[in-house]
Design a protein around this ligand. Structure first.
Ligand SMILES: [Zn+2]
Length: 241
């Protein structure tokens, strides 16, 4: 091999490596973007014609195998834990879209516990679970929101008025109905339930639900693939289905 050919060969090898690495980085970047875009596209499909996609939906009160939690509402799981809607954003829970008018699709407690509704909460309840079924030495909280219309008129059950504190509820208790209140009047979020599992601060209070690090991957609580890092695009169903 002449020196020229050897140099040419080394250059070819080096550029092949660089191109491969760049390609890998680009594919990973596009994959993470496309994960949420895939789910957005399929959600649009579902919402255009929910009755044509009833096989994508799960039912309120059903349980996958021996999972500790029952499914809290009827509908299609449009977004899952750690989906990203915009750069830097990480979704802290699951979004379940009933595909019906607001104030129609019931929302049930996923697990027993002690329900509270702060005096200024229009669309949200939180349930204290003293013993995490998967880690009984800690307390966790289950959080349910968007139970009001776009102006903040509540769809929460009248059994739980604002200021309700520590009322015991069984799994399956009716909490309210799916709505689209985003927290700011006139800025609807689309009719769905946002559900999340929130960590305790160790002093008996729930942490800020808006931070994903204060929430738990709900997958093992429902036996459903609800983690966007490991579920790129499949529709969550019970494992046996
Ligand atoms: Zn959500």
């Amino acid at each position: 091999m002449t020196a020229f050919i050897r140099r040419y060969f080394l250059l070819l090898v080096a550029s092949t490596i660089v191109v491969t690495l760049l390609g890998y980085v680009a594919v990973r970047f596009l994959q993470s973007r496309s994960t949420s875009l895939n789910r957005t596209a399929r959600l649009m499909n579902f919402l255009r014609n929910p009755q044509d996609h009833s096989d994508w939906a799960l039912s309120a009160g059903t349980r996958c195998g021996t999972a500790p939690f029952v499914f809290p509402t009827n509908g299609y799981i449009g977004f899952i834990w750690d989906d990203s809607f915009r750069p830097g954003h990480r979704h802290q829970g699951i979004d379940v879209f009933g595909g019906q008018a607001q104030n129609t699709t019931p929302i049930l407690a996923a697990y027993p516990g002690y329900l509270s509704r702060l005096p200024d909460w229009k669309s949200t309840v939180i349930i204290r679970v003293p013993n995490d079924p998967l880690q009984p030495d800690r307390q966790i909280w289950t959080y349910y929101t968007h139970m009001a219309d776009e102006q903040g008129n509540s769809f929460i059950s009248t059994n739980f008025p604002p200021g309700t504190s520590e009322v015991y509820v069984e799994a399956g208790t009716l909490l309210g109905y799916q709505g689209n209140f985003s927290g700011s009047p006139g800025n609807p979020t689309g009719i769905h339930l946002h559900f999340s599992i929130v960590l305790d601060d160790g002093q008996g209070k729930f942490l800020n639900e808006l931070e994903i690090t204060n929430t738990l991957d709900p997958s093992p609580y429902f036996s459903l693939k609800l983690n966007a890092n490991t579920n790129q695009s499949s529709i969550p169903f019970c494992p046996s289905e």
